[in-house]
Design a protein around this ligand. Structure first.
Ligand SMILES: CNc1ncnc2c1ncn2[C@@H]1O[C@H](/C=C/CNC(=O)c2cc(-c3ccc(F)cc3)cc(O)c2O)[C@@H](O)[C@H]1O
Ligand SMILES: [Mg+2]
Length: 215
């Protein structure tokens, strides 16, 4: 097909959403993905759980792994108070370009730092390059086999400290078994599973919230 799915998602936002209105951007993407073409956004059902965790944590610095089209970036950023920001990593330049436009359409570019690059390359530079001391919230939604190695890398880099909350998408579908085993069995995390459904479907999926208890 001439255009990519992310390009068609951006078109739906530009057609249906109001500039500067994040909720209308979220609604436009959810409508498109439910009625036109499925896409791997966290979606409205799991998105409400994401919202409640963001509101509960009220984070100052958020890390998102895997921007894709920026749907969850907008969900998170719209709930952040002034001065708080989300750093989101995306290594596919085409997806990053679409996400920048979706984030701009929502009017939240001041609360978002989209970094084009791989999590494994950028995590070690977070302190030095962005002046991050530790993350209050990490949303994991990138390649599922990278959840565990990147969590360990975040620990090694001192970016996860007492109270940091990890929120992982897709722990059932497609599944992240090694990550789940790690956070649920580690004495250093307090984990909770929020049962839900795979975005825009009836299949089971859910989010795992893991609070770091310190060393
Ligand atoms: C490895 N380091 C990385 N650093 C930076 N960006 C990375 C990245 N890995 C992947 N990415 C990016 O994250 C995104 C990847 C997300 C992977 N997500 C999934 O595979 C996924 C897949 C499903 C899914 C579920 C059921 C099904 F039948 C088909 C698909 C549902 C989801 O909610 C998903 O999140 C892309 O934009 C990719 O370019
Ligand atoms: Mg996902």
């Amino acid at each position: 097909t001439r255009t990519s799915r992310p390009q068609r998602i951006l078109k739906a936002v530009q057609r249906k959403a109001t500039v500067g209105d994040p909720q209308s951007v979220i609604t436009a993407i959810d409508h498109f993905c439910r009625h036109r073409e499925w896409a791997m956004n966290v979606g409205d059902e799991k998105g409400s759980i994401l919202d409640s965790v963001v509101s509960e944590v009220s984070p100052v610095t958020v890390l998102e792994l895997g921007t894709y089209c920026g749907y969850s970036t907008v969900r998170i950023a719209r709930l952040l108070p002034p001065g708080a920001c989300v750093i989101t990593l995306e290594f596919n330049p085409d997806y990053a370009a679409i996400a920048r436009q979706v984030i701009k359409w929502s009017g939240l570019e001041d609360k978002v730092q989209l970094v084009e690059g791989a999590s494994g390359d950028w995590i070690p530079w977070m302190k030095e390059h962005f002046g991050v001391q530790a993350f209050d919230l990490v949303f994991l939604d990138h390649w599922k086999e990278r959840y565990l190695p990147d969590t360990k890398l975040l620990e090694e880099c001192g970016l996860i400290q007492k109270g940091t909350v990890l929120l992982a998408d897709n722990v059932i579908c497609p599944g992240t078994p090694d990550y789940l085993e790690y956070v649920r069995n580690s004495p250093r995390y307090n984990s909770h599973y929020y049962r839900s459904h795979l975005e825009y479907t009836k299949a089971e999926d859910g989010l795992e919230k893991s609070v770091f208890l310190g060393y």
